[in-house]
Ligand binder design. Structure first.
Ligand code: T4K
Length: 376
């Protein structure tokens, strides 16, 4: 039987720092009258992230999309870049804004990340880089991607928007490639309302990134690069510092929800869930399931609508594929024949609600509704 509820449940809700602590930080900012441009909180937040993430150089930016755009500028990427169609549209837009042509490559059917075996056939004279995404925070096949990059002299920019705090074999996955780019948008498991960051092992590159995010200004009279305004302000930085205090606790809350979904849905015919490799310390930002209509008895879209009628707003991340949007669909690499796996996954994917304050009763209601295929 279906129990109706008036409560709205979103796919995610932001984690919030304690209000009294944030108000105290605001008090300090008011006193100092220093609001942006590398203030005290900005500098402290960058260093705190380096310590927490165990990486060398972090540059904060106003959001993840600007961070991607600036990272590509910093590395002077041009021509064609091989990337995935199975991501949020900002991944390809960051290339477009740099005058770079995205070349879409199909994805791995188990991880939904770019399939390294299909990258090589897309390389041309114009290829300069690979832009993979750690989709849902699950690590890409880093070894294979970097072997290819080395063989062909390509740069690697990881879109790590979902991968805050993810480790593999005891090391941050942000250490790989030329740069990794984070998003701290409100819907991410670690947020600064809006925000993002670029992580690199190269201290010289960090310097160039820091010029680029501040108009290219080196000092009062010199502009050394064609920069943009991509800075994170003091309010966001102070908020981010407070979020860091609770990040492990929030991750643990999401893990408990993911474990419950996993346990309850594993046996439901037609629903496929995913487990995390034992060598990965995961951050549980999304809970993706695949719905196979023939075995489940209801299509992905019908399930999405059915849950919506109960006030449960799931999301089809990532449907449609980026390659299907008007500004990309005429590219040769956007052809269906080039992306059979991505096209299939995009039609079956559904991301279930997961966030630190989602209540256990609500999780039970969601799994109950998913398991009860007779309800309308
Ligand atoms: N690369 C990748 C792989 C990405 O996934 C993203 C962003 C980026 C790059 C770019 O990073 P940013 O420039 O955004 O930093 C959301 C986010 O806007 C976007 O950040 C994210 N990826 C993408 C996957 O999801 P929408 O359009 O689905 O968000 P929206 O506003 O519908 O929010 C989803 C749900 O969250 C809502 O139904 C309700 C809830 N919500 C949302 C907000 C903003 C809240 O409860 N409170 C809130 O403040 O794109």
């Amino acid at each position: 039987m279906t129990i109706k509820s008036s409560k709205t449940i979103y796919v995610t809700q932001p984690s919030l720092p304690p209000l009294d602590k944030f108000v105290a930080s605001l008090g300090r900012i008011w006193e100092s009258r220093w609001l942006t441009n590398n203030g005290e909180f900005h500098e402290r937040f960058e260093r705190a992230l380096e310590t927490y993430l165990r990486v060398e150089n972090v540059s904060l930016l106003a959001n993840g999309t600007l961070a991607l755009i600036v990272a590509l500028q910093a590395l002077r990427i041009t021509g064609e870049v091989i990337t995935t169609p199975y991501s949020f549209v900002a991944t390809a837009h960051s290339l477009h804004w740099n005058g770079i042509t995205p070349v879409f490559c199909d994805i791995d059917p188990d991880t939904f990340n770019i399939d390294p075996e299909k990258i090589e056939q897309q390389i041309t004279q114009r290829t300069t880089a690979i832009l993979p995404v750690h989709v849902y925070g699950r690590p890409c096949n880093i070894e294979a991607i970097e072997r290819l990059a080395e063989t062909h002299g390509l740069k690697v920019i990881y879109d790590a928007a979902h991968a805050f705090g993810v480790d593999q074999n005891g090391e941050s996955i942000l250490k790989h490639g030329d740069v990794s780019v984070l998003s701290f948008h409100a819907t991410k498991p670690f947020n600064t309302i809006e925000g993002g960051a670029i992580v690199t092992r190269d201290a010289k590159l960090k310097k160039r990134i820091d010029f680029l995010k501040n108009f290219g200004i080196a000092n009062e009279t010199q502009v050394v690069a064609p920069g943009i305004n991509g800075k994170m302000n003091e309010l966001q930085s102070a908020y981010g510092l407070l979020q860091l205090e609770d990040v492990e606790k929030n991750t643990h809350s999401r893990k408990r929800i993911a474990d419950r979904y996993q346990e309850a849905l594993r046996e439901v015919k037609g629903i496929r869930t995913f487990s995390i490799e034992p060598n990965v310390k995961y951050n549980y930002p999304y809970f993706p399931i695949l719905i196979d209509e023939r075995n489940y008895g209801r299509s992905r879209d019908e399930t999405h609508e059915y849950l919506k009628r109960q006030g449960i707003y799931t999301r089809r991340y990532f449907y449609p594929l980026i390659s299907q949007f008007p500004m990309y669909r005429n590219l040769a690499s956007a052809a269906s024949s080039n992306l059979p796996v991505a096209e299939r996954i995009a039609l079956q994917i559904l991301c279930l609600p997961i966030y630190d304050c989602l209540e256990a009763d609500d999780v039970e209601r969601i799994v109950g509704l998913l398991a009860d295929k007779t309800a309308q």
